[in-house]
Design a protein around this ligand. Structure first.
Ligand code: PGA
Length: 253
């Protein structure tokens, strides 16, 4: 299975900066063992897609979508509108959206269903707070976010779903999760998937990746853990000076 290297650009980079970084990435070589994707702001998506030229190995995704196809939902963007740009992936339920915009597991579930119906690969983000971990609640929180986020889904055929385990205390903090703890969380997510969808679908249709202060120096420590299928990278993916060395390190893995 390919290792996923996904760059979440968050509310950073002006269009001109996104385009420049995409042009650099599109010219970069990476092996077939890596699936590279970046998630620019909505405002940059159109030009970002054009900037990759014919290099469709570089996937472009969105950072969110709404659960309805169209209608009176001011400010929202639907999965159907994302498909217009040939986008294939969408982040859903990132902890920053849960924290600042009040996204609940139920909203996340509706978005995941809508993304799948539109033919997108959703990247469901789950992860516990510092306090959850201190109080020993992290397993419960991750299992709940995974099972409620995916409740009622029928997954079959070639439909793919990515789960990103992103402990909130590790995101943007420079305090990456110990790879052993990340492996434990990944195993828990995988077991939840097996319970919900059965072993074959859990294995073939789902990837589970780690996110939280990943950089060129620590990427290999995650990719070499059993059950970690890749990484979702924020800060280090937003500059070629930090993203290219990370891709190179991952390529040697
Ligand atoms: P970070 O962000 O790599 O800056 O910690 C990860 C994310 O939020 O996806």
């Amino acid at each position: 299975m390919k290792k996923l290297i996904y760059g979440n650009w968050k509310m950073n980079l002006l269009e001109v900066e996104s385009v420049a970084l995409i042009e650099t990435l599109a010219k970069t070589a990476w092996p077939d063992t890596i699936e590279l994707a970046v998630f620019p702001s909505f405002t940059s998506i159109s030009h970002a897609c054009a900037a990759r030229g014919a290099n469709m190995r570089l996937h472009i995704g969105a950072q969110d979508c709404f659960w309805e196809a169209k209608g009176a939902y001011t400010g929202e963007v639907s999965p159907t509108q994302l498909r217009e740009f040939n986008l294939t992936r969408v982040l859903i339920g990132h902890s920053e959206r849960r924290q600042y915009l009040g996204e609940t597991d139920e909203m996340v579930n509706r978005k995941i269903k809508a993304a799948i119906s539109a033919g997108l690969t959703p990247v469901l983000c789950v992860g516990e707070t510092d306090e959850d971990r201190r109080r020993g609640l992290w397993t419960e929180v991750i299992a709940r976010q995974t099972s409620q986020g995916l409740a009622g889904l029928a997954i079959s055929g070639t439909q793919r779903v990515v789960i990103a385990y992103e402990p909130i205390w590790a995101v943007g903090s420079g305090r990456p999760c110990d790879p052993n703890d990340a492996r434990e969380a990944h195993a828990l997510i995988r077991n939840t998937l097996i319970e919900m969808f059965g072993g074959t679908v859990a294995q073939q249709n789902f990837s589970v990746i780690y996110g939280g202060s990943v950089d060129a120096d620590n990427i290999v420590s995650y990719l070499s853990e059993e059950g970690i299928d890749g990484a979702l990278i924020g800060g280090a993916s937003q500059k070629s000076a930090t993203f290219l060395p990370l891709i190179e390190a991952a390529s040697k893995q």
